[in-house]
Structure formats: structure tokens, C-alpha cells
Ligand binder design. Sequence first.
Ligand code: EPZ
Length: 431
Amino acid sequence: MDTIIIRGGKPLVGTVEASGAKNAALPLLAAAILADGPVTYRRVPHLRDISTMMTLLAYQGAHVHFDDQSRLHIDTRPADKAEAPYELVKTMRASALVLGPLLARYGHARVSLPGGCAIGARPIDMHLKGLEAMGADIEVEQGDVVARATRGLKGAHIVFDQVTVTGTENLMMAATIAEGETILDNAAREPEVVNLAESLRALGADIEGEGTNRIIIRGVNGIHEGEIEVIPDRIETATYLAAGIITRGDVTVTHAEPGHLEAFIARIRDAGVKVEIGEHSIRCRCDDPLVGVNIHTMPHPGFPTDLQAQFMALMTLARGTSIIRETIFENRFMHVQELVRMGADIKLDGNTAIVNGVERLSGAPVMATDLRASASLVLAGLAAAGETRISRVYHIDRGYERIEEKMQKLGADIERHSGDETWMKGVMVNG
Ligand code: EPZ
């Protein structure tokens, strides 16, 4: 397993370019199942999760390839398998995003139920309930969702019990070629949902209301070939800005979308960060220690849960106390104990973390547990005195394209050692 080694204490200065958004690209790739021609994608990030989705589509019989201008081409016309096997789904929960499109296209689908994951149970009951409302029969057999809609899917009025991003996306895709009108109430408003709706419309879908909590989809006979652009990754963007902030540097992220990060920008401004907004760029400078501010994670446009761990890393070195409440996932504080190992002062009380700022952090061997927790450990390592060694960095590779290269470009003393097992023996014994 790879290890990332960071020698902290250097201010990060410079400019990096945001990649395409992982959480936009995944549903966009699944949408190719609905198209009756080849779909071309620009700005798909090179990440493990994207490779997994490409493998899944190829397994179903689609032709999938990157061209020499790093555009991704997917043609599902030759595909004939309405399945997503456990071997692939267990490595990526978002594989469940093929369920709605497969069922809409073939009238049946067999998709392995995603297991839980480090940050919570993360069931897909709302996805399944919505498909049943559209006329599907859903059974669970040997860990697989077996869905049938022999008479095709019919439009329905679906009200989500709570906001679900991939639930909204799955049902939006299923409704695209269902018969009649589907209304999704309490729909997710995330920019990735908007990217999907606008892209489906460009391929011939009849959708309105994306970005609000009511999305209306009128079924069409099919959607056609076309070209799609993935939006910038707002979570990656904020992570690099946080790297500049925590090291008291001066970082600009280009090819970004500031409008997707309003809640994050508001809170770092409250904490004392100087933020300059360009049309497609964000620059953060921080000369003095931050001031502790409180956050609670919410569905978009609230403060994103995917930035909670990174923001906590910032607050460990802020003046005063910060109260951080995680309202989306039941177990998204695994980074806390690792940050404490580095000298942070954090107490947990249920879904609330009380962070008392300290003068400095010290480098230490730590372990990545999930994608965004890993990012917070990188941030802490960049600010800490001494060396930080982060094991299990495969978590990071799921969501950050070439993280050490981009951080090196900003002046970080960071490197990746592959398979550096020797020193880990000690840590793993306690692990
Ligand atoms: C998406 O996950 C993102 N992943 C997550 O990003 C993100 O943290 C999350 O939305 C919230 O913004 C992708 O888009 C691929 P949810 P998703 O359905 O759709 C519960 C990252 O780091 N729920 O909005 O799976 C669920 O357990 C990842 O990039 C049900 O109970 O999240 C959670 O508590 C992590 N039943 C809450 O709702 C359901 O059927 C929100 O989940 C669906 C969800």
C-alpha cells in the first residue's frame, strides 16, 4: 500500500488547476446507458472511482476509451448486460447509479447492494422506493437488488424523506425515458445534480427545476449522442485553497466555479481569510492565525459534508474554539483521532466535534480511513512541524487526481512511497 510522506511547515504559494468533479462525472458516465449513440465527455478526472465506473460499463458491453485529447468516449449501443456485480460495486458505492438507467433501458436490472462504508451505513432505500413508485418490482436476492419493470417505468410523484444526491440522480435518469411525468420533491440541489440535468437535456431529455428542490422530468422515447463537459470539482478546489490557508500561504485555484463554494467561502472569510474571487478562479491568503468559527454540514447550498474534515483541519490551528456539527453522515469523524495524534485538541460529543485551537501540530504516522478524512490529514501534515506519514492513501486516490504533484507545484515537501511496508508493521500491529 502506498504511503504519502510530508515534511510540513512550508507556506504553499502558487496556482493549481481544478480537475473535473468526481461526483459529477460518475452519474454522467452512468447516463450513457440511456443514450442511443456515442457520448463524448470533456474534463473527466483520472481517478480510481472513474476507472471503476468505466470498467463497469465495459463489463456491460459498452465501448469505453479515452482519446489522445483526454476526452472520454462511451458507446453503449453494443451493451446488453443489465448487471453490476459485487466485485465492482464493493469498491465503489456510486455503482448504484447504474440501477435507474439499466432498469429504464432494459426493463430489468441486477445490481449488487452497496455495503456500508467507513462514514456510515449509506443505504439506498430511497432509490429503491422511488423506482417502486415508478412501477418497478424490487427484490433483494443474495445481496443483489433484482429489479423488474416488464411494462416499463411510469412517471410518479416522489417525495424524498431526506435529501439524497445519488438518489435524486438515479431517479432523474430513470425518469428520463419513463412514460409520463415524474416529479422529484425534496430533490438534491447540488451542482453535480444540475450538471447531470443540463447534460441529459443536451442529449434530448425534457427536464426542468434542477437546482431547486422540485425537479420535473417528462419521459421521452430516447436520448441521443452528444458531447458533455464535467463541471470543476468544488471539493478538490476547496481542499487546495485550504492547503494555502493552513500553511499561511497564497494559493489560487483556476478553472474553478466560485458559485459552487459560497458556503465554504463565507465561513473561511468569517475565520479571517482574505478571499479574491475571479470569474473562474479563487485566491486565498492568510497572514494571521485563523479565528475559530462554527459550522454544521447541510445539503447544498449549505456547508458541504465533503469539506467538514478539511475545515476541521483548519480549525485545529485557529484561535479559540470551533463547534463542528456533522448532520449528513453518522460516522464522519474518523479523522479526529488521527488529528489528535498530531497534537490537535478535539473532543467528540455525538455528531458534534469541539475543536480548541492549538499553537502547532506535530508530524506523526497516521492512517487514512476515508477519502475526505485523508485530505484533512494531508492538510494537517502540510502545517505540522516535522514528518507526517499517511498510510492507506488509496483512499485519497479515489477523489484527488495526482495530489502530491499538485501540492509539490505549490511548494509542498511531499512525496509518495509505494508499498513501503517496513515501517508500517509497527503501526499495523496496533491498527
Ligand atoms: C453523495 O453521496 C456524494 N457521492 C458524497 O460524496 C457526499 O458526501 C454525499 O452525496 C452528500 O453530499 C457521490 O455523489 C458519488 P446521499 P450519496 O444519498 O448520494 C442517507 C465523497 O467524499 N440515505 O446524499 O451516497 C445517507 O446514508 C462522497 O466524494 C439514506 O438513508 O449521499 C446519508 O446519511 C462521500 N437512504 C444521507 O442520506 C438512501 O436511499 C445523504 O446521503 C440514500 C441516502
